[in-house]
Write a protein that binds this ligand. Sequence first.
Ligand code: GLU
Length: 433
Amino acid sequence: MRELARTNGVPIHLNLNVRGLHPSATLAINEKSNALREAGYNVYKLGLGQSPFPVPEPVVGALRANAFQKDYLEVKGLGALREAVAGYRRRRHGTDCSADDVLIGPGSKELMFLLQLVYYGDLVIPTPSWVSYAPQAHIIGRHVRWLDTRPENGRRLTARDLEELCKEDETRPRIVILNYPSNPTGGTYSSDELEAIAEVARDYGAVLLADEIYGELHHDGRHESIARYYPEGTIISTGLSKWCGAGGWRLGTFIFPRGLRWLLEAMANVASETYTSTSAPIQYAAVSAFEGGSAIEDYLLHARRILKALGGRLADRLLEAGVALERPEGAFYLFPDFSPHKKRLRERGVMTSAALCERLLEDTGVAMLPGDGFGRPAAELTGRIAYVDFDGARALAASRQTPPDRDLDETFLRTYCRSSVEAVDLICAWLET
Ligand code: GLU
């Protein structure tokens, strides 16, 4: 920790692991897009992956009713909430768990950081993966192993590739993060693929972190957890941010298998010395979200219906324009590969994914994120589209008025998800000019 430089005469001493660290790409693009909008520019916000839908009314009501809750709560989380989370998990996925297996935190992102802090081992992640897993490992000083994926299998991790890596050093401790439906591709895994990956993880004693934050946003409501195939080694991560439209509420949950209770305890000890406990009113409100009920089911049904129609429509438009990508099965992301247009883009001076996104923003006002933040090579012309730039409350109301057997057609999408449709049209027109 040598002195680096001075500002106003004050020496700068920075921990080695945070030198060169930038604001997280997802949050930086959000702030940049907002600043441009405020300055009067027309910006299409496909950068930050934030749910377009409002928090369901019963959950907002519960928060209102609990605004007075002022006490510090238990470090591991409010008992009633831990019970509700376990109950939700038993009901939806048949997971054998109880309140004692649950840890609540201020966002699953913070819980992931704590997990990496207390577990001594390598971090194994497929590329592409969400922008923050690797920086968290770097801050803590963990070794990151990226596992490449191939377009022909939907850029999903394969059991064989995981096994190749594990064989290099069979007893090395590892955390493998599997996030599906995936941020950034919107793809998910079949039962067979999950079972095969689970088998390898078990054979080599790896801890699996199943990041299922988009589980409830599987477009057909058919999310399956890998915990089913490797219950003793899988930690299940979820929260309110995506399915409940409550990213800014910051509430995350981890469910541990009994054999990994020591990890839960170690994380809670660190939590008690850092953030103390998660916001009390938010935890009380979250109980109603995890207890569910018909209003929440109806909300999810329409959210999925809209995301499925919109994601499919945007994917088709990009495919038509000669872009390579997977059609999404969940969440609200697309991960287009513009390499088929490489020659023309090079002629315009676009050689990297970062340059691609910069030029796109300058020329069209469309903000998206470059593939390099997701672990892809800088020169690969990939990027992430978060198709969330529309008024979710209005779209939900309109979907409720549309008979269940009718598709949400082009007119619906152009009316209620206009900005996202227009933004992708602009991307395609930009490529074609
Ligand atoms: N998970 C969201 C995204 O990938 C945003 C929140 C975050 O990155 O902290 O855009």
